[in-house]
Design a protein around this ligand. Structure first.
Ligand SMILES: Cc1cc2nc3c(=O)[nH]c(=O)nc-3n(C[C@H](O)[C@H](O)[C@H](O)COP(=O)(O)O)c2cc1C
Ligand SMILES: Nc1ncnc2c1ncn2[C@@H]1O[C@H](COP(=O)(O)OP(=O)(O)O)[C@@H](O)[C@H]1O
Length: 308
């Protein structure tokens, strides 16, 4: 997959089959759209192109809203790469781009930059200033510009009943089971390992405390989870805790992971956590000994969850 970060340096595409969208999550619904796209590509012997935007359009149009995205841009690139797309065009979304009228968006952007043979689009897709452009407008102009228009049928999108909003809601309420089912892969996030209170090692369970590396990445809800951890390219098993450490009367939410069969210094490293299943909520224990007993049980439960 070729990734293009500028719309002024695009190659000349051969029978471009394009689809446009945010694709946050690259969930099962998105994967259906991509299948439809690849199907058309085969028919016209063309090249598959996904057009996406960065930063997220909402950040430009409504600058005050805080975003909680399922994927960072790098994660999205990685996930789309696996779908077998030829080109990903990451359009730098700017106020100037946002102010293109729907007609100009079609003419100056879609036609001039891509000369599409086929446009594959969801029934609810909107584009151009004030989100005025839609499927009907593309339909009206298809003879003028000579593209074929394929609508992703409503039932295909609705039947699966999958949306990025649903995935976000599930993640926020710690429902990793539903989130992973909707995504069609296991949710993951990355963080830089920072210093904690150095208490973990005393308990016998050292935990790498993580700081999110991307400010727009969604924060998984509180709880204890069975996970896999990717450390320098190697997958390890472990248990993740997200919470305010009620036992210690802490007030800051910590994201920390104890990696099994591992004993190395990770400070400053970036690690990836792949979240497999929810074990339990955060609990306030009477003392550290009770917490330690629970951590022992969590490890047993994690191994059971990961290895069955
Ligand atoms: C799997 C796991 C589960 C945890 N569950 C709880 C919990 O239920 N309640 C709590 O107060 N702290 C919980 N913790 C957090 C511990 O209190 C924390 O790891 C310990 O205080 C060490 O902190 P440190 O990394 O800053 O040294 C959990 C940690 C892990 C790794
Ligand atoms: N099995 C392990 N799991 C997680 N971190 C480990 C492990 N073994 C060694 N470490 C290292 O020890 C640190 C965690 O120890 P801990 O006593 O909890 O300190 P802190 O409170 O600073 O996180 C990690 O940041 C990492 O550098």
């Amino acid at each position: 997959m070729q990734v293009h970060h500028s719309i002024d340096l695009l190659p000349v595409f051969n029978n471009a089959v394009v689809t446009i969208g945010t694709f946050d999550g690259v969930h099962l619904g998105h994967q259906q759209i991509i299948k439809a796209l690849l199907n058309e590509v085969e028919k016209v012997n063309g090249e598959s192109i996904i057009i996406t935007f960065h930063p997220h359009p909402r950040k430009i149009v409504q600058p005050d809203t805080s975003l909680q995205l399922i994927n960072t841009l790098d994660e999205k690139i990685e996930l789309l790469e696996k779908q077998g797309i030829d080109h990903l065009v990451v359009v730098p979304f700017s106020p100037a781009f946002a102010s293109l009228s729907a007609d100009d968006y079609i003419k100056e952007f879609l036609i001039q930059k891509f000369h599409p043979k086929v446009i594959v689009i969801g029934y609810d897709h909107h584009f151009g200033k004030g989100r005025k452009g839609n499927y009907q407008l593309l339909e009206k102009q298809k003879e003028i510009w000579g593209y074929n228009l394929i609508e992703i049928p409503k039932h295909l999108l609705n039947e699966a009943d999958i949306s990025s909003t649903k995935v976000r809601k599930a993640l926020l309420k710690s429902d990793i089971h539903s989130a992973n089912k909707l995504l069609g892969y296991d949710f993951f996030f990355e963080g830089k390992v920072v210093k904690g209170d150095q208490l973990g090692r005393e308990l016998g369970y050292p935990t790498a405390n993580m700081e999110y590396t991307d400010p727009d990445k969604i924060h998984l809800g509180e709880g204890v989870y069975a996970v896999e951890v990717l450390v320098a390219g190697i997958v390890k098993q472990g248990m993740l805790s997200i919470g305010k450490r009620p036992t210690l009367n802490d007030t800051i939410e910590r994201v920390e992971v104890n990696i099994f069969d591992f004993n190395e210094n990770l400070y400053g490293e970036t690690i990836r956590v792949i979240v497999k299943s929810f074990l339990r909520p955060q609990i306030k224990y009477n003392d550290l000994n009770a917490l330690k007993t629970q951590l022992h049980q969590d490890k047993i439960d994690t191994l059971k969850a990961l290895n069955n």
